[in-house]
Ligand binder design. Structure first.
Ligand code: PLP
Length: 392
């Protein structure tokens, strides 16, 4: 016998993975150049060169034994110190190494925090459109997953709708900016208004409602957009970060949870996060990646290629008649499906070997997502298909 819930999760693939694997099969049949795969959010630019040099250099300099050994569960002090210094330099954030718990990416960081907050009838809120994995992360840890309907015009936050979703069981609100799938960055004003609302409601309920800031795309912003450091706006913020996207290291699995001192019960929350990570089998984040981060956490990606893709896709799709809010972050675009049914549109596109993700699992069934971390040449070749699809 096995757990039915776990069986259900493991025996079905996410819609994104289904499409991606379909694309690989199609490429074998009709040639890679005839498949236009916009499904996955896998970075398409190489890691900055110093990152690749650090990988080789660290083993040479530290020696294999010191490089590959276990580190403390929360991470090697040199890595935590480097990350804290960098945050303080950028945001005057007052972060100490002791506020940081290094993880195998943002996903286990999020799960550890959710698990740490899973008390009683805990509710964890997400704002549509949201990363589909939030649902299993929340529900499989015994919490209720509450979703706030999207602001489909600007993809900011509908605070009136969010307010009606808050209850005294609300433990945390997950925010993800720059956002997957909309590509939109929440404006400072939006976050300040959210902060004021959560402060008021926390006082009313007599316990903190935390913001869980999921920030793997923090460094990916365009047109001068500001990715706000959320604890500076709302002290009861726990940050989950990763270098998967910013340093193009998604397979290397390195990120962190930051519980700043300004968050209420900071040390207690930090210990509960460490305990939750322990129940997930966390021993330490990969040691080599920790040492890379110690040297490279201040590096920024070269966003030119993503920016060029974003501009070409946005301008072209708009000129064909598609409706879309211009993304100013991450590497996604969230486009209104002609006809309003993104599943039907995605099927029609698939028949022409154009793979776009329906928005249903993101909480917005009338939109589809395209990942703009693809080759420019593929975009150019795919444009006639987008044009044909909207023509009818
Ligand atoms: N959160 C969001 C919004 C994401 O898009 C992703 C990955 O695509 C993650 C979390 C997980 O990131 P990681 O690879 O660091 O676990």
């Amino acid at each position: 016998m096995v757990s039915e819930k776990m069986y259900a999760l493991g025996s079905t693939k996410s819609c994104i993975r289904e499409l991606f694997e379909y694309g690989l099969r199609q490429a074998e049949l009709i040639g890679k150049e005839n498949v236009f795969d916009y499904s996955l959010g896998n970075p398409s630019i190489p890691s900055p060169e110093p990152v690749n040099e650090a990988f080789a250099g660290i083993i040479r300099e530290k020696g294999a034994v010191a490089t590959h050994g276990y580190t403390p569960a929360a991470g090697a002090m040199e890595a935590r110190r480097a990350v804290a210094d960098e945050l303080n330099e950028r945001y005057r954030a007052g972060i100490r190494p002791e506020n940081l718990f290094l993880t195998c990416g943002a996903a286990p960081a999020l799960i550890s925090v959710i698990r740490a907050l899973a008390v009683g009838q805990a509710e964890i809120m997400a704002i549509a459109p949201y990363f589909p994995e939030y649902r299993p992360f929340v529900e499989m840890n015994g919490c209720k997953f509450v979703t706030v309907p999207a602001d489909t015009e600007h993809f900011q936050i509908r605070l009136d709708a969010l307010e009606t979703c808050l209850t005294r069981h609300t433990q945390a609100v997950i925010i993800n900016s720059p956002n997957n799938p909309s590509g939109v960055v929440y404006e400072r004003e939006t976050l300040e208004r959210l902060a004021a609302l959560l402060k008021k409601k926390s006082a009313e309920y007599g316990h903190p409602i935390y913001i869980l800031a999921d920030e793997p795309y923090r460094e990916l912003v365009y047109d001068g957009a500001e990715a706000v450091f959320v604890p500076a706006v709302y002290p009861n913020t726990i940050v989950c970060y990763s270098w998967s996207k910013s340093l193009s290291l998604p397979g290397e699995r390195i990120g962190y949870v930051c519980v700043p001192d300004c968050a209420e019960d900071s040390r207690v929350v930090f210990s509960a996060v460490a305990g939750a990570a322990r129940t997930l089998g966390h021993v330490c984040a990969p040691s080599l990646q920790q040492f890379v981060v110690a040297r490279c956490c201040g590096l920024r990606p070269d966003l030119q290629a993503y920016d060029k893709n974003r501009t070409l896709l946005y301008d072209s799709l708009r000129s064909y008649g598609y409706a879309c809010t211009k993304p100013n972050g991450a590497f996604y675009m969230f486009v209104k499906a002609p006809g309003g049914d993104s599943r039907a549109f995605s099927e029609r596109a698939k028949a022409k070997n154009l793979l776009v993700v329906p928005g249903n699992d993101f909480g917005c069934p009338e939109f589809f997502r395209i990942s703009t971390c693809v080759s420019y040449e593929m975009i150019v070749r795919s444009l006639p298909v987008f044009r044909e699809l909207i023509a009818g």
